[in-house]
Ligand binder design. Structure first.
Ligand code: 9WN
Length: 432
C-alpha cells in the first residue's frame, strides 16, 4: 500500500485548500486535474458543501457557475464544459451538441444528462454554516427559483414510472457510473463498439459497458433530448434510491429555506411525503432499498452504498432506519473492512476492490451517510464514518476513491470533493 506519514489537522487543511485552489478555473472547481477538466454537477456541489463554513463567496460562485448551465426545462446538466479544455474529455461538447437544443443556455456548453439533485441540500448547508449570513441570504434568494425549476423538471419529466420517483436515464446520472446495479439494464442493450476506445479508458471502468454508455447518450441526443422519447422508447430507465434520497433531502431543504426566499414551503413538504411513500412502496424489499429497472420491472438483487440514500430522510420510520444501520454496520458492508464504506456489498460476486463504484470507498458517499447517521441520532456511527474518512485522506491523500480493506488510494490524485469534504469534516476539530 502507498502510505505516507499521517499529517496533523492543520497541515491537512492547508493541503486541502491548495488542491482546491489548483483545481479552480476562475469560475468553478474541476473534479481533478487532467482526467476531468470541466465542471461536474455533484462534484461542484460537494465542493460548495465543503466550502460552506469557510468561504461563502466561493461556495456560491460554484453553484452559480453550475446553474448557469441549467436548461430552460429546469434540467441541471451533469457537465458544464470549460471552453479552454473543449474536447479534452470524452464525450465532449461535440458529442452532446447542447448548442443545437433550444432549451440549453446560449453561452454555455453542457451535457444533456443530469446528476443527483444535491443543490438544495448544499444551499441549506451553506445557510446553516456560513459566517456571512447576509451574503448567504442573497444567494438563497437568487438560487431558489432555479432549484424550484429543477424540482419541477424532475417531477414532470422524470417520473417515468408514474409512482412519484425520479428515474435516471443513464448510469452517469447516478454519479455511480460503474455500479453493478446497472449491469442488468445495460446488458439488455445491444453491444456496440466505438473507435474512440483505441484511446483507452481510465483504469477502473468496465470497457464492455463504456460503449453502451456512449450509445445510450447518443440515442437520447438523437431524440432531441425529448421527454416523450424518454417515457416511451428510451431503453434505460431506473429508479435509484440514492438519487431519490438526495432529491428528498433537497426538497426538505427547500421547504426550510422557503421563508427566506419568500416562497411557499408547502409544495416541498408534500414532495417529501410523496417521495418517502414512493421509496418505501416501490424500492423497499428484504430490509433495504433497491434500484428498480423500469424496463424489466425488476429490483436489482445487488446491494450497494446507494441503497442507503433514503436514510437522508429525517422522517424515515425508525424501524427502517434500524434495518439500514444494522446492514451498514454488518460484515456485508463496514463490518468486514478497515475503512468506510465499500461501494458494493463485500459478499456480492460483483464486488471488486479495484473497480470504480464496484468496491472502493468514496468520500462523498461517506459524507452523505455520516449526515444521514447524524440526522437519525446515530452518533456512534456518525463518529466512525467521520474518523474513518479522515484516516483515509491522512494516509493516502485526496484520492478519487480508496481501497476499503487497506485504505490505499485509487483513481485520480488531488480530487476536489475529497479535499473539500475534508475541510467540512475537519471543522469539528480545527478552529477557523
Ligand atoms: C462520467 C467526475 C465524475 C463523477 C462521477 C464519477 C466519474 C464520469 C466518468 O467522474 O464519472 O460522468 O468519466 O466516469 O463516477 O461520480 O461525478 O468526477
Amino acid at each position: 500500500m502507498e502510505a505516507r506519514a499521517a499529517v496533523d489537522d492543520v497541515a491537512l487543511g492547508r493541503e486541502a485548500w491548495s488542491v482546491l485552489d489548483a483545481n479552480w478555473t476562475g469560475s468553478a472547481t474541476v473534479p481533478a486535474p487532467g482526467l476531468y477538466p470541466h465542471q461536474w454537477n455533484w462534484d461542484s456541489t460537494f465542493v460548495a458543501i465543503g466550502l460552506s463554513r469557510w468561504d461563502t463567496r466561493r461556495a456560491g460562485a460554484e453553484l452559480l457557475s453550475l446553474l448557469a448551465g441549467q436548461w430552460s426545462t429546469g434540467m441541471v446538466p451533469h457537465i458544464v464544459f470549460h471552453p479552454a479544455a473543449a474536447e479534452a474529455y470524452f464525450p465532449g461538447p461535440s458529442v452532446w451538441r447542447s448548442q443545437d437544443h433550444p432549451a440549453s443556455p446560449n453561452e454555455v456548453l453542457t451535457s444533456g444528462l443530469t446528476q443527483p439533485p444535491l443543490q438544495g441540500l448544499a444551499l441549506w448547508w451553506m445557510w446553516r454554516h456560513t459566517t456571512d449570513r447576509e451574503m448567504a441570504a442573497a444567494l438563497v434568494r437568487r438560487l431558489y427559483p432555479m432549484l424550484a425549476a429543477q424540482h419541477d423538471y424532475l417531477t414532470t419529466a422524470r417520473d417515468l414510472g408514474g409512482g412519484g420517483l425520479a428515474a435516471i436515464v443513464h448510469p452517469w446520472e447516478s454519479g455511480m457510473d460503474d455500479s453493478p446495479v446497472w449491469d442488468a439494464p445495460l446488458e439488455a442493450l445491444p453491444q456496440v463498439r466505438y473507435a474512440y476506445r483505441s484511446e483507452g479508458l481510465a483504469d477502473g471502468h468496465l470497457d464492455s459497458h463504456h460503449d453502451r454508455y456512449v450509445s445510450l447518450a447518443l440515442r437520447y441526443r438523437d431524440s432531441g433530448y425529448d421527454a416523450t422519447y424518454l417515457r416511451e422508447d428510451h431503453p434505460f430507465a431506473v429508479e435509484d434510491p440514492m438519487f431519490n434520497g438526495i432529491w428528498l433531502a433537497s426538497c426538505q431543504a427547500l421547504a426550510e429555506l422557503a421563508p427566506l426566499a419568500g416562497a411557499d414551503p408547502q409544495p416541498y413538504r408534500e414532495a417529501v411525503e410523496r417521495i418517502r411513500a414512493a421509496l418505501l412502496e416501490r424500492l423497499w424489499a428484504d430490509g433495504v432499498f433497491h434500484t428498480r429497472d423500469l424496463r424489466s420491472g425488476r429490483l436489482s438483487p445487488v446491494c450497494t452504498v446507494g441503497c442507503f440514500g433514503p436514510m437522508l430522510d429525517p422522517g424515515l420510520p425508525t424501524e427502517r432506519v434500524a434495518d439500514l444501520v444494522r446492514l451498514l454496520e454488518s460484515p456485508r458492508f463496514m463490518g468486514a473492512v478497515g475503512y468506510p464504506v465499500p461501494s458494493c456489498e463485500i459478499r456480492a460476486p460483483q464486488f471488486d476492490r479495484s473497480r470504480y463504484w464496484r468496491g472502493p470507498s468514496w468520500m462523498n458517499t461517506n459524507w452523505l451517510l455520516r449526515r444521514a447517521a447524524a440526522i437519525h441520532d446515530q452518533t456512534g456511527l456518525a463518529q466512525v464514518l467521520g474518523a474513518g474518512t479522515l484516516r483515509l485522506v491522512r494516509q493516502a491523500g485526496f484520492r478519487e476513491c480508496f481501497d476499503p480493506f487497506d485504505g490505499s488510494g485509487r483513481g485520480s490524485r488531488d480530487f476536489s470533493w475529497s479535499a473539500a469534504l475534508t475541510l467540512d469534516l475537519l471543522a469539528d476539530t480545527v478552529d477557523p
